[in-house]
Design a protein around this ligand. Structure first.
Ligand code: ATP
Length: 268
């Protein structure tokens, strides 16, 4: 089913876990040693939820997301999407990475249409989909531009549009705004929230930026390193973002302090 003819959002569906992970352990083995990157990590992400994982460098955030994406295998444990065990990458998961991953020889439109072209989606449908997503990320005037003509923020907007154009069940984001300047980062966060509210996408977001995690998410899993485990699950109050200058508000600061103290001296 495609994004443009998606069925109306039904509130009751939100009760079903979209991703479910139980006791996921990841051990990286070399000839000489073994390194436990993730130790019995369990979590869930409900349909249409925005969930972040925050933690210090090396706590296994990227490893965890790569396992969800099917790009990495877990050593033990289980993980499923919509009840199906993950056994490799799939079109049900779209990814946006920190490093820009656009095809440099393709225009903005062609980049967004890339997955649809591979799937053999008819031209008129492809155009309608890329028009929709270029409009959504505010890049309709740059349809013919090449990635080298775009700023970092614009490139990430194309990457988000490209991922969403394939109508994934889950959008996986690994520090997508980590390389952007603070102002661009803020406007990308606002944009992502608008997209999430409109498209009802399930988002799993990795960051080491605590403020970013609180601002964007409905729930935050706080991780710690050596070995990588989930320290605590924090539920963000639903009305938090409605507060004016939310990042300076008392409740925001309180959450930030709580997460900093959970991460402890590992906080960056
Ligand atoms: N392919 C690999 N082989 C061996 N060790 C690895 C491999 N990939 C990751 N690691 C180790 O596993 C641990 C977790 O790495 P991971 O990249 O998942 O953490 P992270 O929390 O995403 O870190 P960062 O925020 O710095 O990106 C690190 O100590 C890392 O060195």
């Amino acid at each position: 089913m495609h994004a443009l003819n998606r069925e109306p959002f039904v509130e009751t569906v939100a009760a079903v876990s979209k991703i479910s992970a139980t006791d996921v352990t990841k051990v990286y083995s070399t000839k000489k040693s073994q390194f436990v990157a993730l130790d019995r990590v369990s979590f869930h992400v409900d349909a249409h939820e925005f969930v972040s994982f925050v933690g210090p460098s090396g706590c296994g955030k990227s490893s965890l997301l790569r396992i969800v994406a099917g790009l990495e295998t877990m050593t033990t444990g289980s993980m499923s999407i919509s009840g199906h065990e993950i056994d490799g990458p799939g079109a049900d998961r779209g990814m946006v990475f920190q490093s820009y991953t656009l095809f440099p020889w393709l225009s903005v439109r062609e980049n967004i249409e890339f997955g649809l072209t591979l799937k053999g989606v008819p031209l008129f449908e492809k155009r309608a989909i890329s028009d929709h997503f270029m409009e959504l990320v505010g890049l309709h005037k740059f349809a013919r531009s090449l990635p080298k003509e775009l700023s970092g923020g614009m490139k990430q907007r194309v990457a988000i549009a490209r991922a969403l154009a394939n109508n994934p069940e889950v959008l996986l984001m690994d520090e997508p705004f980590g390389a952007l300047d603070p102002q661009t980062k803020n406007s990308m966060q606002e944009l992502l929230l608008r997209i999430w509210e409109k498209e009802k996408t399930t988002v799993v977001f990795i960051t080491h930026d605590i403020e970013e995690a609180i601002f964007l998410s409905q729930r935050v899993y706080v991780m710690q390193a050596h070995p990588g485990t989930i320290r605590k699950e924090i539920v963000i109050p639903p009305g938090l973002r409605a507060v004016e200058d939310v990042k300076d508000s008392e409740s925001f600061m309180k959450l930030k302090k709580q997460i900093i103290s959970l991460i402890g001296h590992h906080e960056e």
